[in-house]
Design a protein around this ligand. Sequence first.
Ligand code: NAD
Ligand code: LMR
Length: 329
Amino acid sequence: MKDPITISITGAAGNIGYALLFRIASGSVFGPDQPVNLNLIEIEPALPALEGVVMELDDCAFPLLNDIVATSDLNEGFKDADWALLVGSVPRKAGMERNDLLSINGGIFTGQGQAIAANAKSTCRTLVVGNPCNTNCLIAMANAAGLPKNQFFAMTRLDENRAKSQLAKKAGVHPSQVTNLCIWGNHSATQYPDFTNARIDGKPVTEVITDREWLEGEFIKTVQQRGAAIIKARGASSAASAANAALDTVVSLITPTPEGDWHSVAVATDGSYGIEEGIIASMPIKTNADGSWEVVQGVPVDEFSQGKIDATIAELKEEREAVKDLIPA
Ligand code: NAD
Ligand code: LMR
């Protein structure tokens, strides 16, 4: 058995939290020989509900669950964390865009970024799920003085999974046959699910699905609006699929990416693809055998794609401007 690793999760008593914790505790994320400590962080009013979640974790008697901390104290919650999964925040309601939440949720990520820097391991990796996740991640990263920027991520994997599923349905294949699907930019209605480079059974999607009008129109719109469609249908935002995507993201960041493929996650921009530094944007990412990651270079960007990427990057810059008071100079 390996030494336990510590996973800190905010919003642990919420809907996504409930769908996340048990899979981590069961070993299905970090492996069957990897014990885990769960540091569960909630706001004080939610601590009684969190206590119930802890009781259920106890009642599973998971062999790999080493220790549980349930707390509203950020210093205790992020102590020695190997991973910080920042889920806790308010979800949007029908009729809102995700960045309408910036004024409600943005402030949460200043204190959390500071507490991660002060308490977590220097190697701690942070994945932001709470919306608007790209800009919340920027706030957390900017407030986590001393931690490398390449340890901060925001989740666009749900969008990737949604896009693969839509393409698979249209082509009459299984979603696992769809590869090389990059979500560019923001987890918002401007995101660009790049069908031009995606592949089905190794063939360009555009050769398998020849209905270009559908690809440029309904496909992109369905993926961009899927979160809103779920809120309309369920009366609550996606939770199980969001938790699943968060765990897919973690697994993809700790597992070498299959040769030639990539996965989508929003990272601190480094100038790749002409996207300016200083925002958190989703790009094609490859995880290396040594556990490091890099932006996959050389993915072709045609004129249509460039227009879409420019629009989503412009929105991220506007969001950054809106939260400039939360970002230390
Ligand atoms: P929820 O309301 O069910 O749960 C949120 C939990 O966070 C609550 O238990 C609440 O008490 C807690 N919380 C609030 N502020 C907190 C703080 N400062 N510290 C710690 N905990 C805090 O919501 P949910 O359905 O679990 O969604 C959580 C967030 O994830 C929302 O912002 C939602 O929009 C977002 N989300 C993102 C994606 C994505 O793809 N990036 C997908 C789905 C949902
Ligand atoms: C989603 O994509 O399902 C989440 O970001 C929730 C939302 O507000 O759409």
